[in-house]
Structures are given as structure tokens and as C-alpha cells.
Design a protein around this ligand. Sequence first.
Ligand code: NAG
Ligand code: NAG
Ligand code: NAG
Ligand code: NAG
Ligand code: NAG
Ligand code: NAG
Length: 255
Amino acid sequence: MNSSVFSFLSEFVFLLLLFIQIPSSLSNDDLYTACRKGFVCGGISAGFPFLGAGRPSACGIPELELKCDHEKNITTMNISQVAYRVLEINREFKTLRIAREDYLAGLCPPQFMNSTFNPKVFEPDEDNRNFTLIYGCEDVPITIPPYSTFKCKIKDVDGQSGYIKEGDYGPGECNGSVIVPVPKLYFPPGLNMPALEWKTSALEVKLKIGFEVRWKFERECQECYKSRGVCGFNNVTSQPTCYYPGMHSPPEISL
Ligand SMILES: *[C@@H]1O[C@H](CO)[C@@H](O)[C@H](O)[C@H]1NC(C)=O
Ligand SMILES: *[C@@H]1O[C@H](CO)[C@@H](O)[C@H](O)[C@H]1NC(C)=O
Ligand SMILES: *[C@@H]1O[C@H](CO)[C@@H](O)[C@H](O)[C@H]1NC(C)=O
Ligand SMILES: *[C@@H]1O[C@H](CO)[C@@H](O)[C@H](O)[C@H]1NC(C)=O
Ligand SMILES: *[C@@H]1O[C@H](CO)[C@@H](O)[C@H](O)[C@H]1NC(C)=O
Ligand SMILES: *[C@@H]1O[C@H](CO)[C@@H](O)[C@H](O)[C@H]1NC(C)=O
């Protein structure tokens, strides 16, 4: 078959499929309009690949859903089941500065959860180092200096000992451990401060300031932006996709 006829036919079939699928949901034009709207809350604004507050699931990555607390004027999101306060979103660098909600009030969280990041959504973390908070210890190892220890109420038992340590650790003899990222910039090269020198109070402050993670995607969107489309997400192919305004423009194109 003549290839241009073939391409015409396949485009025709593609359009047909599009129109068969779409009537019950949003049209491409609606998706363009919906996904053009940014998320705005407090000092935070975001577009693709984020969802939330009026940006429907077709506009971004399911794992990147923002939520606005209008009363407190703050943005929050869950990443791998851990709740974070969103402190900054930088589209140019594709960075998200976040702080764990459970550590904003101190070092004793109601539940123990490690910070983990889906490698399909986030770039490998080169900006942070891990710290482990270890909870509910009978005895804190004698190698741990007193300023790296703290006390928490765990399972209704007050005054249980814990300590902090740089790196990824399990709870060992103690009752639980939580791994949290801390920006590398607090560890200037050359200073070579041993992790054990870290004071609990310093960690508490750093956890409130938060750390940065980098999201993937959007490289795929450059062509889309150039042709004045808006980037969205196809939840069937799990790939970014482009929406264009108006009926005469190309319909949804997988990138
Ligand atoms: C919410 O925060 C933003 C940025 O910090 C500020 O400009 C805005 O006035 C605040 N709105 C309310 C209702 O507090
Ligand atoms: C995929 O997106 C469509 C609308 O864009 C929505 O109706 C459907 O529930 C989504 N499916 C999943 C698995 O998220
Ligand atoms: C995070 O998850 C909790 C419970 O699973 C839910 O109640 C909360 O609304 C979620 N927060 C966000 C920002 O999605
Ligand atoms: C930090 O710990 C998490 C969870 O255990 C792990 O996935 C990640 O690779 C660690 N990051 C670094 C920089 O060691
Ligand atoms: C750890 O938890 C167990 C079971 O809840 C409890 O019996 C034990 O006393 C706890 N250990 C410490 C050091 O609190
Ligand atoms: C965190 O990760 C460590 C080691 O990777 C594991 O031993 C520990 O149980 C985890 N903590 C929680 C609360 O899942």
C-alpha cells in the first residue's frame, strides 16, 4: 500500500478511536484548558507534572499530587505514604523542596516511616545524605554522645531513649528507625565533621528547613511547549502527552 494512504488511514482510525473513547470524558480541548491552569497555593505554584486543586489526573503524574490547605495557606503532598510540606517548587531546575510534616513539631513522630522516593518519578538523589533516627532503645550505645540522643513517648510510654546517626540503619536492639534525607550542603567537603558530632537539635532544625528532590519528565514536553501545547499525562501508556487547543490542531499525541 502507498505509505501516504496508509498514514492517512491510520490517522483516520486513530481519530475515530479518539472520538469513540472521548464523549463520556473530557474532550481534548477541555483537557488543554484544564491542564493550562496552574496549581497555586500560598507561595507555591506549579504546572506539569503536578496534579491537584483543579488539575485533574490527565494533567500530571499520579505520584505528584499537591493539596492546598486553604486555612493555613500551605501546600502538602504524600510521597510513598509519607506526608510532606511543600516549601518550594522550582520548574527550571525541576526541584521540589519538602519537609516531613511529622518532623515539623519535633523529633517524635506518631508513626515510623522511612522517606523513600520512587525512581520512576524522581531522579537518583545526589543532593542529600541520609540520617537515621533510632527510637525506643533500652540502652543507647556508649559510642553515641549525649548531644546526639533524645527522648520520646512511644506507645504511650514516656521518656524512651533514641539517638541519631548518619547513614541508613535498621532499629537493631531498639524499637524503630526512620531514615530521613538531609542536604549534603550541610556537610562541606574538607570539614569532614564526623556524623556522630551531629547534635539532635541541629537535625531538628534541618528537618524543618527541608531538602530537595528532583523530578523526572518534562524533557519530553519541550516539543509540546514549542508547538504551544500543554503537557499532560496519559494514564494508559504512563507517558507524558501533549494537548493542543482547538479542534483543528493535532489531537492528543503521545510523546
Ligand atoms: C498566602 O501566602 C502567600 C505567600 O506566602 C501570600 O502572598 C498570601 O497573602 C497568603 N494568603 C493568605 C490568605 O494568608
Ligand atoms: C485514567 O484517566 C481517565 C480520564 O482521563 C480516568 O477516567 C481514569 O479513571 C484514569 N485511570 C486511572 C487508572 O487512573
Ligand atoms: C495523604 O494520605 C492521607 C492518608 O492516606 C490522606 O488523608 C491525605 O489527604 C493525603 N494527603 C495528600 C496531600 O494527598
Ligand atoms: C536513603 O535511604 C533511602 C531509603 O532507605 C534509600 O532509598 C536511598 O538510596 C538512601 N539515599 C542515600 C543518598 O543514601
Ligand atoms: C519495644 O517494644 C516492645 C513491644 O512493644 C516492648 O516490650 C519493649 O519494652 C520496647 N522496648 C523499649 C526499649 O522500649
Ligand atoms: C527503614 O529502613 C531500614 C533499613 O533500610 C529498616 O530496617 C527499617 O525497618 C525501616 N523503617 C521503617 C519504619 O520502615
